[in-house]
Design a protein around this ligand. Sequence first.
Ligand SMILES: Cc1cc2nc3c(=O)[nH]c(=O)nc-3n(C[C@H](O)[C@H](O)[C@H](O)COP(=O)(O)O)c2cc1C
Length: 394
Amino acid sequence: MFQGKRILLGVGGGIAVYRAVELMRLFIKQGAEVQVVMTKSAQEFVTPLTFEALSGNKVHSDLFDLTEQHGMGHIQLVRWADVVVVAPATANLITKVSRGIGEDLLTTLLLASEKPVLIAPAMNVSMWQAESNQANMKILRERGFYIVEPVLGALACGEQGAGRLAEPETIVQATLPLLAAQTLAGQTWVINAGPTIEAWDAVRVLSNRATGTLGALLADAAAVRGAAVTLIAGKDTPPTRADVQRIDVESAAQMLEASMDAAKGVDVFVGTAAVSDFKFADEVQGKLKRSGNMQVELIENIDIIQTVAGMQQRPTKVIAFAAESENHVVYAQDKLKRKGVDAIIANDVSNMGADKASGWWVTANHQETLPATSKQTFAANIIQAVCSLGLSKQ
Ligand SMILES: Cc1cc2nc3c(=O)[nH]c(=O)nc-3n(C[C@H](O)[C@H](O)[C@H](O)COP(=O)(O)O)c2cc1C
């Protein structure tokens, strides 16, 4: 996820310094190059050697080191970085940064940073809640610093409360969006995902094997690129980033209602959900008793994609999926016209539930293959294809 990205990790002098080592290792494991800047106090807790040995880079700490100034001085360090992460951020660092004080390498480079800066505070609960600290945090938020709030838990001082450094995995997750180019900033996307469930009686249902994985990945990928995303999620659709607004539904009727509500006037609607074409003509109250062979009447569900594409306040672009077992592109072209959508992602039914995905991107005058990749890359490729449609309102 961080392949080729450059992370400048600022480490303040708190008891949680050892967890910054784990954080650094996670960034490196995901492909990032990491340069570490430690405050003097931080070196009281863990020696620079630990960070140097694990990052393969010299740890920086001295503002007045001449070799630093000619090579990797404070200005060069922030220019080098794609993002600056400060973890743990001490109350002292938070005070200095919020007041614009630059008195050592870390505080000075933070003053000079035009790159996104993520701050992960860690301290004793009383320090965290102190009025002065909260006032300083408010200033940081207002100035556009990204904050990963400390969490509740047992603190090193033996007390309980808020102040524990967030989990390194949480900090990694929060860093990711700061690296993605905000190509979808200002856009609103609605995505539906997962299976639908039609009740037959109190216990029996009609459903399908869709997992909602691709829709959830697509929602994450759009949100990471700056879009405001709503995910209408069928049962067991995987969780997404916290900034994706999620509406859980079960039946096709619920998915239709939620999709129509959310899709009004948005920029992009992507229908990834495997919506049941049929529902039971009659939903039986209670549980049906076994009584030999029986015939069941199924009636057609309303087509969600076609309805959304024909809405009065139609999304600027409507993209549908078509899972077929043969003649994928031909069927997709037909579906494109019938449903009045802007593009179809045709794919083979074997994609459902699989780890990888592949398909074809089909529009009225263009078609291309979407190669077999992980579903995450597939989602990124779809976003790129949607962007190629151009999103100026018609
Ligand atoms: C054992 C010990 C643990 C400390 N833990 C923290 C802490 O978790 N958070 C914090 O803000 N300060 C903590 N401090 C206080 C800081 O080390 C102190 O404010 C220092 O000046 C911070 O320097 P820096 O912000 O330049 O790294 C601790 C001090 C000691 C002696």
